[in-house]
Design a protein around this ligand. Structure first.
Ligand code: GLC
Ligand code: CA
Length: 567
């Protein structure tokens, strides 16, 4: 069958690797590039086409590599440039593509540029950053950094000057208004693409445009500070930077790019991911950010299946055929999706497969975050000393200040901490889940005896074997055009805790119906006409069908999910 994909990445299945926790080959407790190379065949078997690596550049790892001290070298803990080149060529041999994380809102305070800026704030490198004078001892604005505290930090060696960091103080923001800085960035990006890299995930990219001149915003906590979002909302003109980046770097290389973009306005979607958008794709974070409170984790609210379905449908409808949205249930900044989106504690394998089915066939690109394909779960926390993540540690403090007990604050960490996604990959049932023979940098989830790849390989009904079916179906030559370009039509909207949608190719009439039962009891579902042919199902037995008057009714098991083809 002839398959007509309009761009090389259309129809791809994408996978995110968090290198530090993926596979350690020299037993220093830290995952590495040789460890990734060793697992390329595994990823191929899973059906992955595009792999994004969280940062592996030289870094003090203050924010686990999102603080880069040299954009053109690999951190020795992760390997060498030679390893990186081997990874690229080995991936390409297997017809797979590699993306790096492009972290250019900020660098590390240990980057040469910043060191030189401290030596001479008025010189060339001072202008790479936002360096300001204190006025009557006061910092320029009242903005709160994402990781807590003021965004302003004294510039080392200059008691009357401060520099801006919207994330950690070891992540000084780069000044994109400066054309010389922009040239440095484009040069570096092109250097990587010329090496054969296939593209980038663009970290925190929405922060590169600041609202100037600096001013205070309305405070929102009793620390008398204002969250950054207020400033970003007012910052106009990011499109100029992003178009330049696209035209100078991505376009000439036919690179694939995916943006970390929050809170875009619906009318901006064409600018971001339309035909000539800044990026190839961007993540749908509507479900991720749902329930987040400005006050901190302690005042967040939970997402219900009905919220989930509404948000997914809204995104699908607003993106429509404009471009390709990237669909996720988790990433390295979030707790595990199975703990978040499946109601009740201790999600079963059936429920994990149900959630996977629900998002995998949406319009856009399906992404799998490492460990998701074996059903990895959140980790229990007994004390704050076990917690690595800087954002979790800040939220712990914020919760205690809001008068929560330490026990209550720990419960929040268990629920929201980024460590949940960062525990080592569970390869098998041996010591440290086969991740390392040394001491893992972050503790292994003790559930590895139950949840691990080796055991799941043996079980035809495992989450892992189901993910293989998902990728195979999405890329089956018979269905790839339907899943890649087919229209999205929400269905069964009024069925409480049932998520149902059709994918349809109007030209040929080919159509499938995806139905996922988010309830822990059996459901009878009245089907639209013609959908009776089961092409995928997450339970041992296919759902039963019966007639009610003239209509077809499907009986779906608790947490059952199914893909039906129109006859
Ligand atoms: C992004 C990354 C996150 C990091 C932050 C600062 O949100 O995903 O892990 O902490 O940017 O670079
Ligand atoms: Ca290692």
């Amino acid at each position: 069958m002839k398959i007509n994909l309009k761009k090389w990445w259309h129809g791809a299945v994408c996978y995110q690797i968090y290198p530090k926790s993926f596979n350690d080959t020299n037993d220093d407790g830290i995952g590495d590039l040789p460890g990734i190379i060793d697992k390329l065949d595994y990823l191929k078997e899973l059906g992955v086409d595009i792999v994004w690596l969280s940062p592996i550049y030289a870094s003090p790892l203050a924010d686990q590599g999102y603080d880069i001290s040299d954009y053109r070298s690999i951190d020795p803990r992760f390997g060498t440039m030679k390893d990186m080149e081997t990874l690229l060529s080995e991936a390409h041999k297997r017809d797979m593509h590699i993306l790096m994380d492009l972290v250019v809102n900020h660098c590390s305070d240990e980057h040469e540029w910043f060191k030189k800026a401290c030596e001479d704030p008025e010189g060339r490198y001072g202008k790479y950053f936002y360096i300001e004078d204190l006025k009557d001892g006061k910092v320029p604005t009242n903005w709160r950094s994402y990781f807590g505290g003021s965004v302003w930090e004294p510039l080392p060696g200059h008691p009357n000057k401060v520099y801006l960091h919207v994330f950690h103080k070891k992540q000084p923001d780069l000044n994109w208004e400066n054309p010389i800085l922009r040239e440095e960035i484009y040069d570096m990006v092109n250097w990587w693409l010329d090496k054969g890299l296939d593209g980038f995930r663009l970290d925190a990219i929405i922060n590169i445009k600041k609202a100037l001149p600096f001013r205070d915003y309305e405070t929102d906590r009793n620390d008398n500070m204002a969250e950054i979002g207020k400033m970003l909302h007012e910052a106009d003109g990011i499109g100029d930077f992003l178009s330049e980046l696209r035209d100078r770097c991505f376009k000439p290389h036919n690179a694939f790019t995916v943006g970390e973009v929050f809170n875009e306005d619906p009318d901006e979607i064409p600018d971001f991911i339309g035909e000539n958008g800044y990026f190839s794709s961007m993540y749908d974070f509507a479900e991720t950010i749902f329930g987040q409170s400005q006050l901190g984790w302690y005042s967040n609210s939970d997402i219900t299946p009905e919220d989930y379905k509404r948000l997914v449908f809204e995104t699908q409808e607003k993106v429509s055929d404009i471009g390709f949205i990237s669909n996720i249930i988790e990433n390295h900044d979030e707790p595990r999706g199975v703990n978040r989106y499946i109601p009740g504690d201790n999600p079963s394998d059936t429920a994990k497969k149900m959630l996977a089915t629900a998002y995998f066939f949406l319009r856009g690109l399906p992404w799998i975050y490492q460990g998701q394909e074996i059903g990895m779960e959140n980790i229990h926390v007994t004390s704050i000393d076990e917690v690595d993540d800087i954002s979790a540690r800040d939220n712990y403090k914020v919760a205690l200040e809001a008068d929560l007990t330490p026990d209550e604050a720990i419960k929040l960490i268990e629920k929201y901490s980024r460590d949940n996604a960062r525990t080592p990959f569970q390869w098998d049932g041996s010591k440290n889940a086969g991740f390392t023979k040394g001491t893992p940098w972050l503790r292994v989830n003790p559930n590895f005896e139950r949840v691990n790849l080796a055991a799941e390989r043996e079980d035809p009904l495992s989450v892992f074997n189901y993910y293989k079916q998902l990728t195979a179906l999405r890329k089956d030559p018979k269905y790839i055009e339907l899943f890649t370009y087919g229209e999205f039509k929400p269905t069964l909207k009024k069925e409480y805790n049932i998520m149902g949608y059709k994918r349809e190719l109007p030209e040929t009439g080919q159509a499938v119906l995806v139905v996922a039962n988010f309830s822990d009891f059996e459901r009878e579902i009245m089907l639209p006409e013609g959908f009776k042919n089961v092409i995928l199902c997450n339970t041992k037995r296919d759902p039963a069908f019966k007639k009610d008057h003239d209509r077809d009714v499907m009986i779906l098991e608790p947490f059952g999910a199914v893909v039906l083809e129109k006859q």
